[in-house]
Design a protein around this ligand. Structure first.
Ligand SMILES: NC(=O)c1ccc[n+]([C@@H]2O[C@H](COP(=O)([O-])OP(=O)(O)OC[C@H]3O[C@@H](n4cnc5c(N)ncnc54)[C@H](O)[C@@H]3O)[C@@H](O)[C@H]2O)c1
Length: 424
């Protein structure tokens, strides 16, 4: 598998050469299919706008291969009116407008739980200009919306069921495009909001975890995405917030709130860097264990990972970093500058060996269940700086650690040094 994703290897093994085939011959794929899903990357361009050149390139290729009626489905996250641009590109290539429809079908899955999210979606959104193309999408998703999938032998369990199948919402293409951008921007906003509250909580000795529980119990708010920490990263939120802001600007709408969401997120990384600095005083020559490289747990994706940014800054400041991640080490080696100050360990305890401080940068389950006695024995100084709030400060304190986290009062051990024999 080119990516780390639960269930994907098993599904591929089951369906390969039966109901899924791979080809580099786009024309043959297009000829054989009724619906063509475009899922190419839409990265952030220099202006903040989404770079749609991959979408345009693939649409031009499709245009050359079209024969008979096709539904072209935008699965990539794209700015509003991309459906119109796809249509125009096809026209420019001389494709008969009667021979295709363009439908927006944004994807809401999360990396790490992509398969379950896809099979048990909160909703399926279909943005279509007419019933003919909407019906093609309805047929494609029928096993999920009709519930038949959930009764099938080997069906993966999740929140949907025969009684409560997936919901499908049909809108205009523009509305569907905006639903995706607005949803991601809103989730990013929730994260930035709780991070801003976390910064306030720290100054008044309040506990952001209690605050988040108290807020999240309000059913109008909900508990999800109220996790204070290092800030969001990944291949979606940063670029989608920027692209949505750009779209609003283009349409003469001042959506300043999105700028603030982004700024709070950037500041959050600086705040964490300063926490490391204030726990250790100086960084040159310090040995740091970095637990986590991926932008979040359960994935090997390091795109826009706050952990990667932070490690670069620590190296620049003269620290020596030993990193460990259960899945993202190979990818990280390709982007982190090779340095005699950067090492990779085969497990978290090896990373922590003789460390002046342990930094938790990704919310892998493995990092939430550390054997604290073993960790304490491994480190040089028992200092944990947790950018994901995976522990209760009291537990860490009782296990002998100085513990610094986000939105909670840091607990410092009066006596930080370990007995000399333990250090040796
Ligand atoms: N990753 C996610 O969690 C996620 C979730 C929802 C939506 N999305 C959206 O889905 C889109 C793809 O995201 P991703 O993370 O899979 O990106 P990715 O960069 O990992 O994958 C894109 C793929 O498109 C291929 N590609 C590029 N040009 C092509 C062409 N002309 N013909 C055929 N293939 C081509 C690339 O080789 C690459 O394999 C983006 O718009 C993203 O915003 C991603």
């Amino acid at each position: 598998m080119p990516i780390f994703e639960d269930h994907l290897p098993a599904l591929l093994a089951r369906h390969r050469d039966r109901s899924i085939a791979f080809t580099t011959d786009l024309a043959s794929g297009v000829t054989r299919c009724e619906a063509i899903f475009i899922a190419v990357g839409t990265p952030q361009g220099d202006t903040g706008a989404a770079d749609l050149s991959y979408v345009e390139a693939v649409v031009s290729e499709i245009a050359r291969a079209i024969s008979g009626y096709k539904v072209i489905v935008e699965k990539s996250t794209v700015p509003v009116y991309t459906n119109e641009w796809i249509r125009r590109v096809l026209h420019r290539h001389g494709v008969d407008p009667a021979s295709f429809d363009v439908v927006s079908n944004p994807e809401f899955l999360r990396e790490g739980t992509a398969i379950i999210d896809f099979l048990h979606p909160d909703r399926i959104v279909v943005g279509a200009a007419n019933e003919r193309s909407a019906d093609v999408l309805r047929r494609i998703y029928e096993p999920l919306t009709g519930g038949a999938y959930y009764n099938q032998p080997g069906a993966l369990p999740g929140p949907c069921s025969v009684e409560h199948p997936a919901k499908l919402l049909v809108t205009s293409a523009q509305s569907a495009e905006i639903i995706k951008h607005a949803s991601n921007a809103f989730l990013a906003l929730k994260i930035s909001f709780i991070n801003a509250v976390a910064n306030l909580a720290e100054t008044v000795d309040a506990d952001i975890e209690d605050i988040a529980i108290g807020m999240g119990l309000d059913s109008r708010i909900g508990p999800r995405f109220l996790r204070a920490g290092l800030g969001y990263g990944g291949s979606c939120f940063p670029k989608d917030v920027a692209a949505f802001h750009w779209v609003a600007q283009q349409r003469g709408v001042n959506f300043q709130l999105l700028q603030e969401v982004r700024k709070i997120n950037e500041t959050q990384k600086d705040i964490f860097f300063n926490k490391v600095l204030s726990a250790l005083w100086t960084l040159r020559g310090k040995r740091l264990a970095a637990l986590g490289l991926a932008f979040k747990g359960d994935t090997d994706d390091i795109r826009e990972s706050p952990a990667i940014d932070l490690i670069k800054r620590l190296l620049e400041a003269g620290a020596t970093v030993t990193a460990y991640d259960p899945a993202a080490m190979e990818r990280s080696k390709a982007v982190l500058p090779p340095s005699d100050k950067l090492h990779y360990a085969s497990d978290l305890y090896a990373a922590a060996k003789d460390a002046d401080a342990v930094l938790i940068l990704t919310d892998w389950k493995e990092f939430a269940t550390i054997d604290l006695v073993r960790l304490n024995q491994a480190v040089r100084f028992p200092i944990v700086i947790d950018g994901r709030n995976l522990y209760k400060p009291q537990d860490m304190f009782e296990n002998g650690f100085t513990y610094v986290s986000v939105g909670r009062t840091a607990s410092y051990q009066a006596q930080q040094g370990k007995p000399r024999s333990a250090v040796l």
